[in-house]
Ligand binder design. Structure first.
Ligand code: BES
Ligand code: MN
Ligand code: ZN
Length: 502
């Protein structure tokens, strides 16, 4: 998709289709009035006939309109102005793109000035327009014998009133597009079947990502190298699988070499059968999505490659498959982690933390400015928070606040849970330094408590994305979350985010 910002009057802009928003109450916006006048009162006539009310999400395509540079006009209902939230704006964009997909329209032009979203400015709207256009245009047809039919839409013009607005919108469209494409890359990795998307496949994708990017380099560790480092906890998960594990580190250097990097660590369990603590059969296919944390790291790295912000970032993917086998790790087995701490593996299905703890020890070598791990870690997270928000736990409140703010801005929200010391005792073991499970109460918190024992040396936050990383049911598929949150977090850190302020 091509996005451009232009300075023009809506009535003068040439495109296949002009989009004009109409609110559910009050007068027509300035832009709508201009179009109304240019077309001899068409919009007012349609409204007074009762054919369009401006109800949220309503759309009406007029395939032939007089006196405009665009042959078609699409009226888009934005509902009551006071009720248009960030989330509803996203829904509006997705709805618009899905509507346009059904037509032969190749280019759209619209003004964002007449769609008020709380206190959000033009740059915010341009950014979310581009991001959601990319994600709404996504199709996963790689595994179908016939490719999906290509859609006609290839170009969107955002019409601005002055040069300043145009340059802000131009930058925001680039950010939004890179965010959407990063999320789509993450979705594809998530959607690919587990017989294709294996740890080695993820390493190959990382290789492809760093090729032709001068700012990026790659480190991939195999079993022998991980064993030499003492990553026995990660290797204990991989043991029962014929798929070899990989620890993948993508280094992005956008700032001076000595600037401390921000490190992202993704859980990359390419299939989680539960291991010997085998999961029930129903819905087990969805455990191919257990690498969505890793996918979000790769999607975010792809965004960095596109935008090249002045910041250093290391994206780490801990990739393993969790399977039952004669040689698989058993409940009761005790392993020594890379940190030297010992773990009694009481449940082989609590494998994410076993993989992450060694990766979190490993990344200490980068002397990180901050560390964020992203993991589909606990079913308990879905019970606690459902599917709308990421769970956030952190050992540093400033970092937590930054991530919460980034999530709000990017409309990829997180909600903080307590990481209080009182919960730590649920991990007590009679035989090792700790067990890998903390019982039924507060499963998301005790999983984070486990990780916190390996992150004492740096500012660290954990995002549990078990509820947000994919949709089940008819719309089954990876969402690409939390690429938008991570993008905003890093761009704000790079100080290059012109649109961060309200
Ligand atoms: N990958 C799962 C968590 C999960 C389950 C995410 C369902 C999304 C949907 C994780 O490895 C797991 O199995 N966790 C266990 C932990 C338990 C054994 C302490 C769980 O949540 O049941
Ligand atoms: Mn599991
Ligand atoms: Zn898992």
């Amino acid at each position: 998709m091509q996005f451009i910002a232009t300075v023009n009057a809506l009535t003068e802009v040439s495109a296949d289709c002009l989009v004009v928003s109409v609110a559910a109450e009050g007068e027509l916006s300035l832009q709508a009035q201009q179009v109304d006048q240019a077309t001899g009162g068409l919009i007012n006539q349609i409204i007074s006939q009762g054919d369009f009310s401006g109800k949220f999400g309503q759309s009406l395509l007029l395939p032939v309109v007089p006196s405009l540079q665009a042959p078609r006009l699409l009226l888009l209902g934005t509902g009551k102005a006071a009720e248009l939230t960030e989330g509803k704006f996203r829904t509006l964009v997705k709805g618009l793109i899905n509507e346009v997909k059904k037509t032969k329209v190749e280019s759209l032009a619209l003004s964002l000035d007449d769609i008020p979203v709380g206190k959000r400015g033009a740059a915010w709207k341009a950014r979310l327009l581009a991001e959601n256009t990319e994600t709404a245009s996504y199709v996963f047809d790689q595994m179908k014998s016939k490719a999906a039919e290509a859609t006609s839409l290839t170009k969107i013009s955002v019409v601005c009133t002055n040069d300043q607005a145009q340059s802000e919108a131009t930058q925001a469209l680039l950010v939004g597009q890179a965010t959407g494409q990063g999320a789509n890359f993450a979705r594809t990795l998530g959607n690919l079947p587990p017989n294709i998307c294996t740890p080695i496949y993820l390493a190959e994708q990382a290789e492809a990502l760093v090729t032709d990017c001068a700012e990026m380099s790659l480190t991939v560790l195999d079993e022998t190298e991980m064993a030499a480092l003492g990553m026995n906890s990660l290797l204990a998960v991989a043991k029962g699988s014929v798929q070899a594990p990989r620890l993948i580190a993508i280094q992005y250097q956008g700032a001076e070499a000595d600037a401390q990097p921000h490190v992202l660590v993704g859980k990359g369990v390419t299939f989680d059968s539960g291991g010997i603590s085998l999961k029930p059969g129903e819905g087990m296919d969805e455990m191919k999505f257990d690498m969505c944390g890793a996918a979000s790291v790769m999607g975010t790295m792809q965004m960095l490659k596109a935008l090249k912000p002045k910041i250093n970032v290391v994206g780490v993917v801990a990739a393993v498959e969790n399977m039952p086998a004669g040689n698989a790790t058993k409940p009761g087995d005790i392993v020594t982690t890379m940190s030297g701490k010992t773990v009694e593996i009481l449940n082989t299905d609590a494998e994410g933390r076993l993989v992450l703890c060694d990766a979190l020890t490993y990344i200490g070598r980068y002397n990180p400015a901050s560390v964020v791990d992203i993991a589909t870690l606990t079913g308990a997270c879905i019970i606690a928070l459902g599917h709308h928000t990421n769970a956030l736990l952190a050992n540093n409140d400033e970092l937590a606040q930054e991530l919460l703010a980034a999530g709000l801005y990017a409309d990829d929200r997180a909600w903080q849970m307590p990481l209080w010391q009182e919960y730590q005792q649920q991990l007590d073991s009679n035989f090792a330094d700790m067990g890998n499970i903390g019982g039924r109460p507060a499963g998301t918190i005790t999983a984070a408590c486990f990780l916190s024992r390996f992150t004492e040396d740096y500012r660290w936050a954990h995002l549990d994305i078990a509820g947000t990383a994919w949709h089940s049911g008819k719309e089954k598929g990876a969402t690409g979350r939390p690429v938008p949150l991570l993008t905003q977090y890093l761009l704000a850190k790079a100080g290059q985010d012109t649109s961060f302020q309200l």
